[in-house]
Design a protein around this ligand. Structure first.
Ligand code: FBP
Length: 552
């Protein structure tokens, strides 16, 4: 790509800010073990599975003479799952750390995610390659994939390939499922006496890989700022044209952090939060009623326009839909062959409907045809329904229209309802990382290198104090097993990293809940504008509102 945009070229020159400690030579950065952190759930079961990784301490990196002299190392890195802005900077930070430790060190990139490790598809990562990706979005330097390493053969091949490359460490950049894989690989390598550290890096735009130690996953900042800019623009279009309600579905496979952040950024008339809907056991009709009451109240003021934000994962949090989806998942898992052999979508829908319990069948048959078809589409390799392909915004529009027509017939609604639907997801996953994500990712990569150098296997890189300037960030790592619990997946109990959902008693949700009734009627939207990369830090470097509120 020679004809690059001026911004693209300018981003190459950006020097990520890092914790102050990282300015020192590697030999003057030491690892200090701190407290033992245990998982919050299923301790006994996890202790039995992770005999090599359980009960280890957190670690932080501080200035001081290190115990391990930096040496020439070989590290493998792979990017896993959906792209998130900043992935290339993780590789840049890891590469620079390795070379700073010893110019003889090597970095191998496994192509296309975990599948690349199993099938031994790799590239040698050179300085020239890294330089052509610094501070840019995307995962295309080595590619990504969603292969789950689960069969004994896959584990054997992963180990054999890591040994053949004489790796000292493997760095897995991924979300909850991929880091679960990293924890299992670390345990497998250790139980086979292989001296290869496996280190995770917290990635996902969904923001659901977090806890006290992982303050945010990388990519969330850039993705939400990208969506918030677009939503802000629509918020300006709505009162300009005064004729549409905009139903905007936002990515986030399960948790509603993206929808919540965008709501805080833009102040829409309605923002649905899946976790609240589940907790209150709200039915689809009750959700529709929430939207309709804002539509009707605004129509009474002559404002036949507005903004509704819908988290992508909503559908799985509505109790009756959750039961339906689980029943379909079971059916598809057990009757996959018969289902796949059917000649048409209509035949597939009839097959499903005929085998569902009666209440779920009635709901399934009442859904608009395209939604019931989307619910039958293939699951991802981790068994999840692909919510990014289910057009919940269209389902809600159809139900809102029906309800408004009924109210109009009764004479209690006199407005005019017209709409536009939007889905925002892929637009934000490969954007040029914000300064925050560029800095954070580079520092995560460097931290992953230090964890590898000191042999902290089964750890995930952690950087704390993120609401402060980068120089004050606190780098370190925590054992992956401390984030795990046991969940029932594909008919069996499995150790997995627990997804961090929106906490309804947390400060960000409280900040939203305190304002939303006002926003339902108001047209005083907040306009975040486009991401800025150059300029005053108050404009360029502020982290997400959720992070700021949580750490305030
Ligand atoms: P990760 O959990 O791997 O980060 O991916 C998250 C995500 O971006 C979700 O928000 C979305 O539902 C999903 O990926 C879409 O996946 P795909 O890229 O396979 O369409």
């Amino acid at each position: 790509m020679s004809d690059r945009s001026p911004l693209h070229n300018a981003r190459f020159a950006y020097l990520p800010k890092t914790p102050e400690t990282y300015a020192a030579p590697v030999a003057l950065i030491k690892a200090v073990p701190t407290e033992i952190i245990e998982p919050s759930y299923d301790k006994e079961a996890l202790k039995k599975i992770f005999t090599h990784s359980y009960g280890k301490p957190a670690v932080k990196f501080v200035a001081g003479a290190g115990a391990s002299a930096p040496r020439a190392m070989a590290i493998g890195v792979l990017l896993s799952g959906g792209p998130a802005p900043g992935g290339h900077n993780v590789i840049a930070g890891l590469f620079d750390g390795l070379k700073k430790g010893s110019p003889e060190s090597r970095l191998i990139g496994f192509k296309g995610g975990p599948g690349g490790l199993v099938d031994d598809k790799y590239i040698e990562i050179t300085a020239e390659l890294v330089d052509s990706y610094r501070n840019t979005g995307g995962f295309d330097m080595v590619g990504s994939g969603r292969t789950k390493i689960e069969t004994p053969e896959q584990f054997e091949k992963a180990l054999a390939n890591a040994l053949a490359h004489k790796l000292d460490a493997l760095v897995v950049v991924g979300g909850d499922d991929s880091n679960t894989n990293a924890a299992l690989l670390a345990e497998y390598f250790a139980s086979h006496g292989a001296p290869i550290a496996v280190v995770g890096v917290p990635k996902t735009i969904d923001g659901d890989l977090k806890n006290e130690w992982i303050e945010t996953s990388f990519g969330f900042d850039t993705a939400t700022k990208t969506y918030a800019e677009l939503i802000g623009n629509i918020c300006r279009d709505a009162p300009s044209g005064r004729k549409y309600w905009h139903f905007i579905r936002l990515m986030g496979r399960s948790a509603s952090h993206i929808a919540l952040e965008c709501a805080l950024q833009t102040r829409p008339n309605v923002a649905l939060i899946s976790e609240e809907i589940e907790e209150k056991r709200m039915s689809l009709s009750q959700i529709v009623e929430t939207i309709v009451s804002s539509v009707a109240a605004r129509a009474a003021k002559g404002e036949n326009y507005g903004i509704v934000l819908i988290p992508e994962g909503l559908i799985e949090f509505v109790p009756e839909m959750k039961v339906l989806i689980e029943s379909i998942n079971d059916l598809l898992a057990h009757e996959a062959e018969a289902f796949k052999a059917l000649p048409s979508v209509e035949a597939q829908k009839a097959f499903i409907a005929g085998r569902l319990p009666s209440e779920s069948a009635a709901l399934f048959n009442s859904l608009p045809g395209e939604i019931s078809a989307q619910l039958c589409w293939d699951r991802d390799p981790h068994g999840n329904v692909q919510v990014s392909r289910i057009e919940t915004e269209k389902l809600l529009v159809a139900m809102v229209r029906t309800r408004l027509a009924a109210l109009a017939a009764e004479g209690s609604y006199k407005g005019k309802f017209d709409y536009q639907t939007h889905f925002m997801g892929y637009e934000g996953r490969c954007a040029f990382p914000t300064n925050f994500d560029a800095d954070y990712c580079y520092s995560l990569g460097f931290t992953a290198y230090l964890l590898a150098l000191y042999g902290f296997s089964g750890y995930i890189a952690s950087i704390r104090n993120l609401a402060a300037p980068a120089g004050e960030w606190i780098p370190g790592g925590i054992p992956l097993v401390s984030m795990m619990n046991i969940e029932h997946r594909h008919g069996a109990d499995k150790p997995v990293i627990r997804k961090a959902l929106v906490e309804l008693d947390g400060k960000p949700f409280a900040a939203f809940a305190a304002q939303r009734d006002k926003w339902a009627l108001s047209s005083d939207y907040r306009l975040p504008g486009a991401i800025q990369y150059f300029g005053p830090p108050a404009v360029t470097d502020m982290p997400s509102l959720i992070l700021q509120i949580e750490r305030s």
